[in-house]
Design a protein around this ligand. Structure first.
Ligand code: 9D3
Length: 255
């Protein structure tokens, strides 16, 4: 997979080459990452990438020509991209489904916005889609581009050592993850649930499903609306709701 990132802060993106699963995927050639300094595509002596907004108002707007030229150079030197993603607060929310869709493409270009915004002609005539990573205000599209890069790269076959951990991704299933424990069995009096040390794999599986359901109800109940539960899961869910109702009438919530 080819990934091209266009930014005025290429060093912010280059840090991913040094550490972790992403660095290994790049080193092993699973992903070919190129970063492009937007200022290299300016035509003036001062390498200016922004300008005042037509109509007035505060802040600066990212000029269109350097972005168009950057993509033209990517087309010539790296080939025709399958998607040109503009990172912007106005974009569709990036989620696991979007990560999986992008991970299947052979060549993705990501454009990082800065300042108050990007000239609308980039959005309409250059980008093929627009993505946001969530409803909070950042200073630019670089960290969002890294979020997309991280989520996409780990889905490429061979990037994550244990393929099972991809299938178990909680958002693939639509439920939050169950709790995890490792040694020691007692930590200053804090124990590990007996069932996990029992060796009873059926009981362990049921416990994990119950705890995943419990967390989902407590923290992200809206996720349950779009998850397909099997008979056992529906039964566990019914038990949990009963448990919750008993709790509500006998004692005050402690968190
Ligand atoms: C005044 C209106 N703001 C739009 C909501 C202006 C503005 C804020 C922040 C314009 C650009 C930015 C910089 N952010 C991004 O480029 C960005 C972003 C984000 O801020 N949050 C979540 N996802 C993204 S993707 C790109």
């Amino acid at each position: 997979m080819k990934l091209d990132i266009v930014t005025i802060f290429p060093r912010m993106v280059e840090i991913v080459r040094h550490e972790g699963i992403v660095a290994r995927a790049l080193e092993s050639g699973l992903v070919d990452l190129a970063t492009h300094d937007l200022r290299d595509f300016t035509a003036d002596r001062h390498r200016v990438v922004d300008d005042v907004p037509y109509g007035g108002g505060p802040g600066m707007v990212l000029k269109p020509e350097p972005l168009f030229r950057a993509v033209e150079t990517i087309r010539r030197t790296r080939g025709e991209p399958s998607a040109i993603v503009l990172m912007s607060p106005q974009g569709q929310r990036f989620d696991h489904a979007a990560a999986r869709r992008l991970a299947r493409l052979p060549h993705v270009v990501v454009l990082c916005g800065r300042y108050e915004g990007v000239d609308e002609r980039v959005r309409e005539h250059l980008a093929t889609e627009e993505l946001s990573i969530g409803d909070y205000v950042l200073t630019g599209g670089e960290l969002p581009a890294l979020v997309v890069l991280d989520a996409v790269i780990r889905l490429r076959p061979g990037a994550v050592g244990d393929a099972q951990s991809i299938e178990h991704d909680s958002f693939v299933r639509g439920l939050l993850d169950h709790p995890h424990y490792t040694r020691p069995p007692r930590l200053d009096g804090l124990g590990v649930p007996e069932v996990l040390q029992s060796g009873n794999h059926g009981a362990i599986r049921r416990w994990r499903t119950r705890e995943a359901l419990r967390r989902t109800i407590e923290r992200r109940p809206e996720l349950l609306a779009s998850v397909q539960l099997d008979d056992e899961e529906r039964e566990l869910l019914r038990e949990l709701i009963e448990e919750q109702e008993e709790g509500a009438t006998t004692h005050v919530e402690h968190h």
